[in-house]
Ligand binder design. Sequence first.
Ligand SMILES: *[C@@H]1O[C@H](CO)[C@@H](O)[C@H](O)[C@H]1NC(C)=O
Ligand SMILES: *[C@@H]1O[C@H](CO)[C@@H](O)[C@H](O)[C@H]1NC(C)=O
Length: 213
Amino acid sequence: MVRLVLAVLLVLGYVAAEEDFNCQPSGSFPKTVCYTSKCAVAVKGQIQHELNAAFGYMYMGAYFAQYAVDRPGIAKFLLESATEERSHAIQMLDYLNTRGIKLNIPNYTFNNNQLNTSFVGKTRPYKAALEQALNMEIEVTNLIYNVVKECGEDYHGADVFTNPILDEQHNGVRKLQGAVKTYADLHLNQENDEAAAALAEYIFDLKMLNGQF
Ligand SMILES: *[C@@H]1O[C@H](CO)[C@@H](O)[C@H](O)[C@H]1NC(C)=O
Ligand SMILES: *[C@@H]1O[C@H](CO)[C@@H](O)[C@H](O)[C@H]1NC(C)=O
């Protein structure tokens, strides 16, 4: 009988925890505290997007780091971007942990098809990679706005996702917009002059290596 009562209490506690916005002690342990389920669902989905972006940046960074391509500036920039996206995934995992939300993110399967390798086949892979990185950064930023919206009633959650995460995303977008513009400026009227274009790209890569973006 005692067991039955306990079981019923556990089930009731679980149901209560599923209600939005739940800040009531659930009576069971461990507890989920102060979360909205739509926010938790959005965060779990976003973790996968962040990891996809991290892998995407890593692949692009590895491409430019290999000796046959050897553009250490953009390689450094892309690998740092990968680290940033991965750190966002970790911050989101931390958020889930602060609420006692179980981590059952959709099965993450890394699959080569998720990587956009189209920049490799382009006449100017450097330019294509910068543009692709900018598109990825904007896409992830837009997705985070959705998380902020879903977490709007959760003041602490909205805080975590706006600053640092959203702030860093916008800085990332700004850096890449600047990089695309500077790259274009250096190539002005030199698109058809291979030697001049190669020199412009080399100079641009040195700027990236010096951390100017
Ligand atoms: C996740 O993996 C489990 C076990 O392999 C499987 O039963 C389930 O269908 C998978 N879920 C998704 C969304 O792929
Ligand atoms: C790959 O990146 C290019 C350049 O940003 C973009 O035009 C294209 O739509 C992307 N492809 C996929 C499958 O995301």
